[in-house]
Design a protein around this ligand. Structure first.
Ligand SMILES: NC(=O)c1ccc[n+]([C@@H]2O[C@H](COP(=O)([O-])OP(=O)(O)OC[C@H]3O[C@@H](n4cnc5c(N)ncnc54)[C@H](O)[C@@H]3O)[C@@H](O)[C@H]2O)c1
Length: 348
């Protein structure tokens, strides 16, 4: 299929580009590089720097490349920033997506895979979370995604759009060869923060040790980025025009903050101090999604265990300690930590 990947220079999008190419799809990337990295985009993909709200450009890209489907990753992703600057999130995540959908409609492109979030559920009533649970987002980021979901439902009824919505919490890991990985700025995700602390011998904080979980720390869902993007490709291939499907991508059981920190210690072979703090407001005990619906499509996870996710992330981190900004040779101890795995330092 001829596919447009918006946000294809970002963390998840760049992995999606690779897996789409591996599955023999023809890939065009649209990214304004507000957060993404040109170096992360596979050289075999057609790269266009531009904004999804630029309808003249987007329509031309859709037409010139005879695009049949759009995988939509472009968005802003910082929950805290969405609270302090909500219009930024409604503008980019909702209004610009609406513009993209209008451009698609004008050019007769009617298959859409949407990178949503489990944040649309807000504080869940129970775990695991099911796709049929109510959407009650508690921040503008989650609301901007819910609004897009609603627009897709209406567009499907009115214009015959076929869509798949994928909802997930924490994406982790990197390409197994360590050449592309997570390079957010600022980085708010737990695993890359712990790995950076491990690398620099800094302390890492745990916020709350008295939650109603076996070890007292919060439990969260983690999915390997390669498994995640393969679910998007599977969902894309099953889209029917005029119909929409919603899929959670979850790990079913999740991992606690302490488990993540211990797995990071083991994978890196580094010791680093842990500081215990009071709970932060608004953190539920456990956020874990059910994935039974996507598994019915035949989705299986190649990298379900936490240690592999962390090993791949560590390989990326040690070969790219400054992300894509400066490429460094791997430190000797990093190579030892991954004995037996092929090491590569340059992104393709
Ligand atoms: N990372 C996670 O753990 C996670 C969890 C749940 C959902 N998601 C969703 O997955 C998607 C990708 O997340 P990510 O972690 O790869 O984020 P990212 O910031 O690494 O990638 C987003 C990309 O979109 C681009 N972009 C943003 N606005 C754009 C615009 N208007 N026009 C063109 N390009 C634009 C950025 O430059 C960047 O390359 C997002 O939609 C996010 O909401 C991510």
């Amino acid at each position: 299929m001829r596919v447009l990947v918006t946000g294809g220079a970002g963390y998840i999008g760049s992995h999606a580009v690779r897996e789409l190419l591996r599955a023999d799809h023809d890939v065009t990337v649209l990214d304004n590089l507000s957060k993404g990295h040109r170096e992360s985009v596979d050289m075999r993909a057609n790269f266009i720097r531009g904004d999804m709200s630029d309808s003249v450009l987007v329509r031309r890209v859709l037409r010139d490349n005879r695009i049949e489907a759009v995988l939509h990753f472009a968005a802003f992703i910082e929950v805290g920033e969405s609270v302090s600057d909500p219009f930024k999130y409604y503008r980019n995540n909702f209004a610009s997506t609406l513009s993209l959908l209008e451009s698609m409609r004008a050019e007769g492109v009617n298959k859409f895979v949407f990178s949503s979030t489990a944040a649309v559920y807000g504080n869940p009533k129970g775990v695991p979370i099911h796709e049929t649970d109510p959407r009650e987002p508690i921040n503008p980021y989650g609301r901007s995604k819910m609004m897009t979901e609603m627009a897709l439902e209406d567009a499907s009824r009115a214009y015959g759009l076929g869509y798949a919505i994928l909802r997930y919490f924490n994406v982790a890991g990197a390409s197994p060869d360590g050449t592309i990985g997570e390079a957010h700025e600022p980085e708010s995700h737990l695993i890359p923060r712990v790995l950076a602390a491990a690398n620099e011998g800094r302390a890492i904080g745990i916020y709350g040790t008295d939650y109603n979980t076996p070890d007292g720390t919060c439990i969260r869902d983690y999915i390997h980025v390669v498994d995640l993007v393969n679910a998007h490709i599977l969902a894309l291939e099953k889209i029917k025009l005029g119909e929409g499907r919603v899929y959670n991508l979850g790990s079913e059981s999740g991992f606690s903050v302490r488990e993540v920190i211990e797995a990071c210690r083991k994978a890196t072979g580094k010791s680093f101090p842990v500081e215990e703090h009071e709970r932060r407001p608004g953190d539920p005990d456990s956020l874990v999604a059910s994935s039974s619906r996507i598994r019915e499509l035949g989705w299986t996870r190649e990298y379900p265990d936490l240690e592999t996710m962390i090993l791949h992330a560590w390989k990326w981190h040690t070969t790219h300690p400054h992300g894509y900004r400066r490429l460094h040779a791997p430190a000797p101890e990093a190579l030892q930590a991954h004995e037996g795995e092929k090491s590569s330092r340059a992104p393709s």
